[in-house]
Design a binder for this molecule. Structure first.
Ligand SMILES: [Zn+2]
Length: 333
């Protein structure tokens, strides 16, 4: 059983039962290099006061399905400076935790935590520890680019596009179409305000496009705050020939001739251009190989993909379980 593999390595993945449900996502228990018992909770909501508090609430990035909106209230939370800033802009409240620069180490409850880039959003962070047995543990959050990630024995990762039998889990970014559409002008792109909008601006600037880009207000604020070298950014009604709005705002941009959604999804009314914040299933498998991992826990997202990806890994690559395979446990102080 793959869960025995975790036991042998001295790492206990825990799903915390709460009320009638289960807290998102996962907690990890292990003894740190000083032999101290530690309990880290990843991408979850704050625990009630009656519950045993973790040593740290780790936030991998500021997308809502990773629950930073709740965890940011706790002074036990940790997030990169960019993630903390994005959470403050998105939720208009103060980030109460500890922040760090991605790539640097920090101490959580006296235990050293290393951090790595994953390229998913500005500030997205993978967390890494060694336990008292020298077992290397890595939690990635969502991943676009695994090249900075270290080797590990235990990999806790995602499977947003983790179904090897689904053709939509195979894709490549179509930057050429983005640039061609931009060259035609009078164009508006639908892109999520946090993550995709900054990726779009970076891609356009890297392609040599240096005219003003119009953005709707939240995208504009996030991009101005988080993206250095964003170039000239203006409001959506300031006459820019190339604009970026949230996908749901596309219908309000009748003044523009061309409209596209930047996405890997195919459920939009408007034509799409393939630009993703994620790696595809080949990239996820590439990451597992790159990290030379022995044992994996697929902890995100909801739905079938974690089970499908972990079954695939189990047969061919390494020991693996999905979060759903772990029975929830009560966590009382
Ligand atoms: Zn995400």
């Amino acid at each position: 059983m793959a869960s025995d593999a975790f036991k042998e390595l001295g790492v206990t993945p825990i799903r915390v039962a709460s009320g009638r449900g289960v807290k998102p996502h996962v907690s990890l228990g292990f003894n740190d290099t000083d032999g101290k018992e530690r309990f880290f909770s990843v991408d979850t909501t704050c625990f009630s006061k009656k519950m045993l508090q973790p040593d740290c609430y780790l936030i991998t990035h500021a997308h809502s399905d990773h629950y930073g909106k709740s965890a940011m209230k706790s002074n036990l939370s940790a997030a990169s400076t960019e993630t903390a800033e994005a959470l403050e802009i998105l939720h208009e409240r103060e980030f109460n935790g500890l922040s760090f620069e991605v790539g640097e180490k920090f101490y959580a409850g006296g235990t050293e935590v290393s951090t790595f880039h994953t390229g998913h959003t500005i500030g997205s962070t993978a967390y890494y520890w060694e336990n008292e047995n020298g077992v290397r543990i890595l939690v990635t959050g969502d991943v676009k680019d695994y090249s900075s990630l270290p080797c590990c024995d235990v990999l806790v990762t995602e499977a947003n596009y983790g179904n090897p039998h689904d053709s939509t889990c195979y894709f490549e970014d179509d930057v050429n179409s983005l640039i061609e559409a931009t060259d035609r002008g009078n164009v508006v792109f639908g892109a999520y305000a946090f993550g995709k909008a900054q990726r779009a601006v970076s891609l356009l600037r890297n392609s040599g496009f240096d005219d003003a880009i119009g953005m709707s207000s939240r995208s504009l604020r996030l991009t101005q705050s988080l993206l250095p070298d964003a170039g000239e950014l203006v409001g959506i009604n300031d006459g820019a020939d190339v604009c970026i709005v949230a996908p749901h705002e596309l219908s309000t941009t009748n003044n523009m001739l061309h409209r596209f959604v930047l996405t890997s999804s195919n459920y939009y009314y408007y034509p799409t251009i393939q630009i993703s914040d994620h790696t595809d299933v080949r990239g996820l498998l590439g990451m597992v190989a790159h990290c030379k991992t022995e044992t994996a826990l697929i902890y995100h997202p909801k739905g079938d993909n974690p089970k499908i990806f972990s079954s695939y890994l189990n047969g061919k690559v390494c020991n693996a379980i999905a979060l759903e395979d772990i029975a929830p446990t009560k966590n009382k102080s």
